[in-house]
Design a protein around this ligand. Structure first.
Ligand code: ADP
Ligand code: MG
Length: 689
């Protein structure tokens, strides 16, 4: 038996975790004890202040406790409703759930129940709709503040909480604090170890919130220090020679089958200025889906070629990379030697491409992550364009700028996620920004409608109509499989549609747990038109261009952020035909309906982004900065603008002190830990100067 356990040990070594539980945890991305401690609850249920039913007034948000005295299903406008009467001291209140069958399975008469929510006065007396609730079980003692975790089938939140409790008990003291304690204390945050304890086992809701703030601050501080140090490195680096020739790229623009929009022209001017300045370009090109970023990217790549350098065009998926290759064939023609590199390339073809690249025969290389692997040697890489950059982490972005060359390439990253102006500087502190804020002429925004769940059939009728015109459609669902929530699951929706509303249509299924090969294959079929309807999770968000798709249905639209919905909606409306987007929601909350209705009114991504910032805070925008990991973490941590600014300021001060030689040991320690986190890329980057 092992006597002690370390943070990087497998969770298997924790008491109560066998191979089965370890497997379930692995499904959540939890392998080590450290991962476990970093799996934060996304909310806490606060049962600390119980009110007696007699004192509950309509409109109050309260927690009540009572014995189940009645259970019945009643039909209602919103679907089948489960009514559960609970009684304390002779006073009865009804808990009501609509379309939530699993609740019924967990309740029996005589049980003691705690429920929190808003009390309302209805025809049949006092009601509480969709409360937060739990059954009080005398055998298991639970604290009044219950953390709720994202879980997976076979593992409940409370089981996970227990395992985490075990990990906290054994390993909390092993965590090495990252941020100087003084800094945290001065700004009113918890110490780091304290914050780990308090986020998993809070004594009050207030303490839990403080812990979340502390973690959010730390996370942003890390990211900001990383970005700022990188910017410093870039500014100190030697870049390619100044670009002087633009004949070929200007000709390319003149030869396009359309005229550039004013916004595209401005973006091109911005990057020309960078490329002729003698400094290394590090620019973000932001523009809504369909705003025409690709031609701007091609312009930049061609300037690199005609100035004697190679260009890299990096895309997050194989489908997208191939799309870019086709675009280059169509718009640029054969005057430029274009290579392609992706994971699915055969060994022989791959070797040929790598050789061509090293010799400099290939002038533009289009491809996926495969380009970032060791063993890819460039002859003379002068410019890297990264499409949909939010799919790449900072580390990956760095990887390409690190090479055996004696200089670093110019960098252009593109993003279709509009960022509110107030956030841009914070999120993209290391980049200059160009914005394409106008769409090409003649583009028709999708007609967006919010529909109640009971009106779903209308959306699918439209889909069928569009299919008869030869068009295609997307159906987007929030989750892959049915879990403990009633959220629509892609797998089930596909079967249901196949047997019902969309009978006879060729339906494909796409989600992140499918093997990559299958995802690529399905996507190819959709692009080729041999699949009519693609049912998927949000994996379609990435910029695939299927002009023939004119319809999108988003199930349980209220579970997505506005920015994501806008992004999703951008998948349709790419061709000449009018397109349609249906946002289906059975939410009872007026707020979330109001949120969705905003999308009926506006198709401007920046407006949507501002709304989203107002309503959900800045955390979610970090997803567009780093890869997914940080997104879910920071939106779970409900990062506020204030914390964000504080962290940014502290990062700036730390980096400044160090670069002026005034860094304290604590500053230096922090900086080093950040650099370690971003790994070898940093070291190599510094060396390549
Ligand atoms: P995104 O910014 O989402 O990457 P794309 O670059 O894929 O957008 O452009 C979407 C479509 O619009 C492409 O088919 C492209 O050829 C076309 N396009 C780009 N610029 C213009 C323009 N100025 N006028 C008309 N069509 C354009
Ligand atoms: Mg694009």
């Amino acid at each position: 038996m092992r006597s002690s356990i370390s943070l990087d040990d497998s969770v298997r070594y924790l008491k109560g975790v066998g191979p089965k539980k370890a497997g379930l945890l692995a499904g959540l991305g939890i392998i080590t004890v450290r991962d476990l401690l970093n799996h934060f609850p996304f909310r806490v249920d606060d049962f600390s202040k119980v009110t007696s039913i007699a004192l509950a007034r309509p409109g109050d948000e309260v927690t009540v406790q009572g014995t189940v005295v009645a259970l019945s299903f009643v039909p209602s406008q919103r679907g089948r409703a489960l009514r559960v009467g609970i009684s304390d001291g002779g006073h009865v209140l009804h808990l009501v759930w609509y379309n939530t069958p699993y609740v019924y399975q967990n309740l029996r008469k005589g049980q003691m129940v705690l429920a929190s929510g808003r009390v309302e006065w209805r025809r049949n007396g006092l009601e509480m709709a969709h409360p937060i609730w739990r059954v009080e079980d005398e055998a298991v003692e639970k604290g009044p503040i219950v953390p709720i975790y994202h879980v997976t089938r076979g593992l409940t939140s409370s089981a996970l909480h227990k395992i985490i409790g075990e990990a906290l008990g054994q390993c909390l003291m092993l965590l090495e604090p990252d941020v100087p304690r003084d800094m945290l204390r001065r700004l009113g945050y918890l110490g780091e170890l304290e914050a780990y304890r308090a986020i998993h086992a809070p004594q009050s809701a207030l303490e839990w919130n403080k812990a979340r703030k502390t973690h959010a601050f730390r996370e942003v501080l890390y990211l900001q220090i990383g970005l700022m140090s990188m910017r410093e490195e870039v500014q100190r680096s030697k870049g390619p020679e100044k670009f002087a020739r633009f004949r070929m790229s200007d000709e390319f623009v003149r030869g396009l089958p359309f005229r550039l929009t004013g916004a595209q022209k401005r973006a091109i001017e911005d990057l020309r200025r960078d490329l002729t300045s003698g400094r290394v370009m590090n620019r973000l090109l932001q523009g809504d889906v369909g705003s025409g970023k690709t031609v701007v990217a091609l312009y930049a790549l061609l300037t690199a070629v005609e100035n004697g350098y190679q260009g890299a065009f990096l895309a997050p998926t194989e489908v997208l990379a191939e799309q870019h290759r086709r675009t280059i064939e169509q718009l640029v023609g054969t005057g430029v030697a274009c290579g392609f590199l992706s994971g699915s390339l055969g060994a022989k073809e791959k070797r040929r491409t790598l050789e061509g690249l090293a010799r400099g025969d290939i002038q533009i290389l289009v491809g996926t992550h495969a380009m970032l692997e060791p063993g890819v040697t460039w002859g003379n890489l002068g410019l890297v364009v990264t499409d949909e950059q939010h799919r790449f982490g900072v580390k990956q972005r760095l990887a390409l700028t690190v090479s055996s060359q004696s200089f670093v390439p110019h960098v252009l990253v593109m993003s279709a996620t509009p960022i509110p102006r107030s956030l841009a500087l914070t999120l993209y502190g290391d980049l200059d920004i160009s914005i394409i804020d106008a769409m090409p002429e003649g583009r028709m925004a999708p007609k967006t409608s919010v529909l109640a769940g009971s009106k779903r059939h209308l959306a699918y009728k439209k889909v069928m109509d569009q299919l008869t015109f030869g068009h295609q459609a997307y159906v987007v669902c929030p989750v892959i499989r049915e879990g403990k929530t009633s959220r629509k699951a892609a797998e089930i929706v596909k079967d249901e549609l196949q047997a019902g509303y969309l009978e006879g249509a060729r339906i494909g299924l796409l989600h992140g747990s499918l093997p990559k090969r299958q995802v690529d294959e399905t996507m190819k079929q959709f692009v080729a038109g041999t699949i009519d309807v693609l049912v998927s999770t949000t994996v379609v968000e990435v910029g695939v261009d299927v002009e023939n798709a004119t319809c999108m249905v988003v199930e349980d639209a209220d579970s997505f952020g506005l920015a994501s919905l806008h992004q999703l909606r951008g998948r349709v409306g790419r061709g000449q035909a009018q397109s349609y987007c249906f946002l289906i929601s059975s939410s009872q909350s007026p707020q979330s309906l109001k949120r969705l209705l905003a999308l009926e009114r506006t198709s401007d991504g920046f407006q949507v982004a501002e709304l989203d910032l107002e309503q959900r805070g800045p955390g979610q925008f970090f997803g567009s900065r780093q890869s997914g990991e940080s997104e879910t973490r920071l939106s779970n941590l409900s990062l506020s603008l204030e914390t964000l600014q504080e962290a940014r300021e502290q990062a700036r001060l730390t980096v400044c002190r160090v670069s002026e030689g005034l860094g304290t040991p604590a500053d230096l320690g922090l900086l080093n830990r950040v650099k370690n986190k971003y790994g070898d890329s940093f070291a190599a980057y510094s060396m390549s100067r």
